[in-house]
Ligand binder design. Sequence first.
Ligand code: C2E
Ligand code: CA
Ligand code: CA
Length: 675
Amino acid sequence: MRLSLLSAPDPRRLWLRYVFAIGLILVFLGSAHLVNLHSIKASEADAETINVSGRQRMLSQRVVFLAEHAVQDPDPVYDAELVLAVGQFADGHAWLLKNALRSPEARALYFDPDGPRLDRQVAEFLRLSKEFLALRDQPASALPVLRQMEDMAIADLLESLNAAVTLFEAEATERTARLEQMHHLALQLTLLILVLEAIFVFWPAQRTVTRSLNKVVEQNRRLLTRNDELDRLSRELDHAARHDHLTGLANRKKLYEELETLLADRRESGRAVCVMAVDLDRFKEVNDTLGHAMGDAVLKQVGDTMLAIVRKGDIVARTGGDEFVIVLPFSSRSERRLAQAIAERIADELRRTMIIDDQECMIGASVGYAFADEDSIEASGLITKADIALYEAKRAGKGIALAFNESMRDRLERRHALIQDFDRAFRDCEFVPYFQPQISCTDGRLIGFEVLARWDHGKQGLIMPNEFIPLAEETRQIDVIDGRIIFRALESLSELRSMGWDVPTLSLNASGRILRDPQFPDYLMSMIRMHGLKPSDIVVEILETVLIEHESDQALISIQRIAAAGVAVHIDDFGTGYASLSKLAMLDISGLKIDRSLIIDLQNEKSAKVVDAIVGLARSMSLDVVAEGVETSRQFDTLAEMGCDKAQGYAIGVPMAKGEVPGWLERFEPRPVAV
Ligand code: C2E
Ligand code: CA
Ligand code: CA
């Protein structure tokens, strides 16, 4: 409150001060105007008073002069003048009495008994004048009156009238001086008010305005910096929205944007656009075994590797966990060979062992690529083509680079159609077991059959497992197929036996997925019991990869439970993978099935040596050895010579439907053994 008047007021209340300031000025102007009016009136009154009092003096002399004239030389004109002058003198006196006696001095001059008593003198002079007028026709009587008038007019009255004139003049001068003083005062007060207003109104107001302006300027500056910050933030957000935060590569959004632009500009620029889809082959294993931090580091390194291979301006994007897409614009269509070279280089570089934090990891990658053709308008269509090629590359064994062609799409479409048919196939029991015989290499007698699945597709005819099993694995339905096949195969075995055929064993193929099902051992045992069979009637074939990929998981527990129950467990396709022999011993594996690829090559000395070594090793570990894919009797003989236990292949019998088995058995004759 103390300094509230001087302090800068709220700008929104400034108007109050202005109203007050202007009001004050108006009050002063109004007062000054009134004072002025008053002074003008007073000056006019003063001038009139001086005028009238001066005329009284002149009239007193004129009355005497005209009276003299009237006595000495009577003339009607002068006479009239005299009457008029007397009247004027009386009027002038009356006016002065009424208007001029404003000061005590003036009143003293007119009425004071100790002073000249101008009022009485004038009354006396007027009385004498009227007496003279009455007697002017008789000069004798009028003359003494005239003398008395003359006495007064040149002595007492004149003196008093002189005094009155002097007094009125002095009073006027004094009043003028006083008014002047008042004017000065008013001027000074006005100046003071203006100064005070300047100090209390305009200066604080100016300060408020200045402060508000400064505030606005400051806010403006802050707004500008905030704007800059927002700009930067939105640029960062934009970057984040278009890039993968882990690898810094483009993300799906940016990939599509850039690719769409390239495709749209293709005609004008005359450039060919190539899209490569890259997928890591063993990333999941690295993530699962070495941890996610390692997985992240691998992804970053993969990104860097690809960036180092492509040219500046090519787009490398991460579109999923371990999926990448590269876009390469080429200046002409003759660059297809260059694309293959780049794709192969990516696959090669990523096949190299990576060393991250002193840890070694082997990742490997498959690459599929496609060029935009006349119809490629949309990015998604082109990326799908590259994905199809990638899918083929993965199916073809991983680690390779393939260019898209239309037959790939046909195959893919066929695969999709087959997947669509799976449900119907289960419902209509279209998965059926085929049986391929196995015989002993020592006495040529029937050992049993391997059960091989077939899809008896209503429209497409018989479909082979190498076509539908990968699909069933993809859709995670392979275990259902296995379960069905096992059921129907065991049913067939018990039927054959009840028909009187001596079929000692049945080999079943078990997928990694069914092995990982904890219910599987119980299911298998109940099936065996249900069909009146014994565990020793059954062999379960498992792939080496099951042992490698699923170390210490449910699959190994299942294998041990099956083996413990008396079912023989054989390693299928042996010689192509990396299963260690120590693991075989540990897991109660009872046999090996040498892979077809080694048997086909048996005439080759190297392959023969490998097979021989496998047979020798297996025998030394008391493992059963089965050779599959035996197509010639020479192969059979060689295997028998090496000491292989059992053989299976077209040379002995092809896989056949259940109905064909009795006929085959009837025709079968135990093979004479060469050695
Ligand atoms: P596999 O277990 O190695 O089966 C042997 C494959 O070799 C069979 O192919 C068989 O028809 C073929 N084969 C037999 N003898 C010869 C021969 O002398 N020469 C040649 N070139 N091939 C011969 P198939 O039936 O097409 O089966 C392919 C693969 O599918 C099987 O290989 C097996 O891994 C898998 N499979 C088949 N049935 C089932 C099943 O019910 N469940 C599971 N999980 N996998 C199955
Ligand atoms: Ca097999
Ligand atoms: Ca096999």
